[in-house]
Design a protein around this ligand. Structure first.
Ligand code: MN
Length: 431
């Protein structure tokens, strides 16, 4: 077993047993310890951030085969590009430094003062410069449900669905870190029953509960990533809220897919959870029938058992409501299949590219019961036909100005949990 995920492992710091960031997790992020400080790479541990730039500078953390500082940088890009052997080496060194029985850091009070930053005081930033963002549609339950709402039951699932992971090239410039306010977009849509379209603030602003992953080394143009090699391309996973304007989307998406309905904002959680930390939670995904073509065939379990939730904090600070509870293992297509398909024609992925699997939904539950297994309001409310009732007496068909959506994800082990932290955003009124 990988010693960095040994359930018996413990740190010399006091870590709450039900927290997101035990020593077995050690997700990477980019942060400023105090306002005005230079951004650098850190790892989350309990309520602390471990300043990896300090450890690198002291020679306590070494990234093999890379010249110059890798961690005293405002981005995870150089670490992502260093590749899986370097990731393993850094994680192993870091895990060892933080163990309860390792004195180097534990017994050096002055060094500890520099290395451990109270997370509540720090500012978390986007983990890297994202060159390209691609979003897939890998939950079959979501695809069937949305297809039924937009096109009717007869045409719900496109015929290619069980043969290839459907995706589209999204917009990287508007990917923002958790906490960034989301301005309600204006756009063109045709109101129900109207003959002509209008232009104005979307009336159907929605969240999408997703998980994304950052690409590590990437591949050369013209050289596809074989599905068996695809695991080596995944640097780590984050929560993704792919905010969507459903009225705009519905009016524009045929024939080329989403455009302004989704390009105004995408939120990501700041902590990048590594495949090493998730490995103990690998599990089978849904059976794939018919068997995919050879370039998409995988051996062994390729899904992850990650519990996912979306919570709404209504405008005005009312009682939070859990809207969605689902699991990442619901995705029909696995991340490695999405990478293999994305690159099958020779498209090059680059370090820091973001791929996301699409809204994660389970089979629709009984209408009106919350939390729902569906990962967006479009599904939960049947595009507004069945608004959800909130404890403050208001209802929601879609998001209102002032609403906050918080996504959470975690793997629950017998002895510890591997958490993703939060991905949150508050809706601002249209400008
Ligand atoms: Mn999406």
């Amino acid at each position: 077993m990988d010693p960095t995920v040994d359930p018996a492992l413990r740190s010399f710091l006091d870590i709450a047993p039900d927290g997101d960031f035990p020593i077995q997790n050690l997700p990477y992020g980019v942060f400023r310890p105090q306002p005005g400080d230079a951004p650098r790479v850190g790892a989350a541990l309990g309520d602390w951030i471990v300043d990896l730039a300090v450890l690198e500078e002291r020679g306590l953390l070494q990234v093999p085969d890379v010249a110059g500082p890798v961690l005293a940088r405002p981005t995870l890009g150089p670490l992502m590009a260093a590749g899986p052997a370097a990731w393993r080496a850094v994680r192993t060194q870091l895990s060892r430094l933080l163990r309860h029985d390792e004195p180097t850091l534990r017994d050096d009070v002055a060094l500890r003062d520099q290395v451990f930053v109270w997370a509540a005081d720090a500012e978390l930033l986007l983990p890297c410069a994202i060159g390209d963002y691609t979003d897939f549609y890998a939950s079959r339950h979501h695809a069937e449900h949305v297809g039924r709402i937009f096109r009717g039951a007869q045409a719900a699932l496109p015929p290619q669905y069980p043969h290839l992971p459907i995706g589209y090239h999204g917009r990287a410039s508007s990917v923002v870190v958790s906490g960034t306010p989301i301005r309600r977009p204006r756009g063109q849509y045709r109101p129900a029953g109207a003959d002509a379209p209008v232009f104005g603030p979307t009336r159907e602003l929605d969240y999408e509960l997703e998980v994304g992953w950052f690409i590590g080394r990437g591949n050369a143009l013209g050289e596809p990533v074989a599905v068996a090699r695809a695991p080596h391309q995944i640097f780590g996973f984050v929560l993704v809220n792919d905010w969507s304007a459903r009225d705009v989307q519905q009016w524009e998406y045929v024939p080329l897919g989403p455009f302004l309905g989704k390009n105004f904002a995408t939120s990501v959680s700041p902590w990048v959870v590594t495949p090493a930390a998730l490995e103990p939670f690998r599990c089978p995904g849904p059976a794939q029938e018919p068997e995919p073509l050879p370039y998409l065939r995988t051996k062994g379990p390729q899904a992850y058992d990650v519990r996912l939730e979306a919570e709404l904090v209504p405008a005005g600070g009312g009682v939070p409501v859990l809207l969605t509870r689902t699991n990442l293992r619901e995705l029909y297509w696995s991340p490695v299949q999405m990478i293999a398909h994305h690159t099958a024609g020779g498209c090059n992925l680059r370090p820091g590219d973001l791929l996301a699997g699409g809204t994660v939904s389970g089979p629709p539950g009984p209408p009106g019961v919350l939390p729902s297994p569906c990962g967006c309001l479009l599904e939960i409310t049947e595009r507004g036909a069945l608004p959800v009732a909130l404890p403050d007496g208001t209802t929601r068909a879609f998001l209102a100005d002032g609403d906050t959506v918080i996504l959470r994800g975690y793997c629950e082990g017998p002895d510890y949990r591997i958490g993703f932290g939060e991905c949150r955003g508050t809706v601002l009124a249209a400008s």
